[in-house]
Ligand binder design. Structure first.
Ligand code: F6P
Length: 363
């Protein structure tokens, strides 16, 4: 087995609280435990297309970054080296830089690369591995929707932000007798809406996995009103399917779905017009992705960073670290990607929510 002397590390796709803690865990383990040199690859894979952007990571470089949000390496979700979009004087073209990436990785002396990112980034890692760059993966998404791992770092921090927002919304909603919608992230899955909804005591949770209707939502709001609860808080995932009649109504009024309008606002308008009540919408957006990671995420990220370097030392290439049943395990990247973990509409957590009276808006 060829000796490993130098490894690279990169972060790709959207950022997430805990990335720096992974970088720190990996760099410390590489240097202190294995005496590897580490190169920090800048802005996703860009630092391998333009290697002058990349630089060695020493212990000093990772000092103090444990609680810091974002990624000290920078990231991009537009940097696929196999199909890199270039804009030259307004003209867009697509170029394959993968050959350069492999050549530059060799020139930098990289024996392996740690790829921290979601499905798209891991797929690029696999394609680079097929061209000769050994990779190991670290999964990342605040949405917590990867089936390969019980939890992804960043999720816990995101639900802290979302829960805090719902807590704050409670007092103002109650004072004004309003319906308040808190729109949270979750492009394909409703984990953040479900967890924050339960933790924050929302009355209605709307997730992509459970079809809902405005009539059902409004009838639940009226029932609450009859029992003296004049306000209602809705935890809503950005990835819900907007009911067809709302889409059609929007197209009738504006000609198309206005660009940039949030689903929370569309649903809010529909509830206001059906119920005749005052509705306010808060879109949390990237506040859930920014800022310091929670203690849980710092620990999980550290475990992932350490394990990724251990994986390299064991020559476990094409594998990814994962948390399963509380233990760190290694899984094949190819098996892991593309398999989404959705909220189970009949699962224990949804049933728990139902047991405490939370409504999911179904007919
Ligand atoms: O997948 C993670 C995520 O945070 C989603 O919840 C969200 O829809 C998306 O990324 C936002 O991406 P961007 O930062 O590119 O707008």
């Amino acid at each position: 087995m060829a000796e490993i002397r130098k490894i690279g590390i990169c972060t790709g796709g959207g950022d997430c609280p805990g990335l720096n803690a992974v970088i720190r865990g990996a760099v410390k383990t590489a240097i202190l435990k294995y005496r590897y040199e580490v190169i920090g690859i800048r802005d996703g894979f860009d630092g391998l297309i333009w290697p002058e952007k990349s630089r060695p990571l020493l212990l000093n470089d990772v000092s103090g970054i444990l609680p810091r949000g974002g990624t000290i390496l920078g990231t991009t979700n537009r940097g696929n080296p196999f199909a890199y979009r270039i804009n030259h004087e307004g003209q867009e073209s697509v170029r394959d830089f993968s050959g350069e990436v492999i050549k530059n990785a060799k020139a930098l002396g990289l024996d392996a690369l740690i790829v921290i990112g979601g499905d798209g980034t891991q797929k690029i890692g696999l394609d680079l591995a097929a061209k000769g760059l050994p990779v190991v993966g670290v999964p990342k998404t605040i949405d917590n929707d990867l089936s390969a791992t019980d939890v992804t770092f960043g999720f816990d921090s995101a639900i802290h932000v979302a829960t805090d927002a719902i807590d704050r919304i409670h007092t103002t909603a109650e004072s004004h007798h309003r319906i308040m919608i808190v729109e949270v992230m979750g492009r394909d899955a409703g984990w953040i809406a479900l967890h924050a909804g339960i933790a924050g005591g929302a009355h209605i949770i709307l997730v992509p996995e459970i079809p809902f209707s405005i009539e059902s939502v409004c009838s639940y709001i009226s029932q609450r009103s009859i029992f003296g609860k004049k306000y209602t808080i809705i935890s809503l995932a950005e990835g819900i399917t907007v009911p067809e009649e709302i889409r059609q109504d929007c197209i009738r009024r504006y000609g198309s779905i206005p660009k940039g309008i949030s689903v929370g606002n569309l649903i809010g308008e529909a509830i206001a017009s059906e119920s005749g009540k005052e509705v306010r919408v808060t879109v949390l957006g990237h506040t859930q992705r920014g800022g310091s990671p929670s203690p849980y995420d710092r620990i999980l990220s550290t475990r992932f960073g350490v394990a990724a370097v251990d994986l390299i030392a064991q020559r476990g290439f094409l594998k990814m670290v994962a948390l399963r049943g509380g233990r760190i395990e290694f899984v094949d990247i190819a098996e892991a990607i593309g398999k989404m973990k959705a909220v189970d509409p009949k699962g224990e957590l949804v049933n728990t929510a139902r047991s405490v009276g939370i409504h999911f808006g179904e007919e």
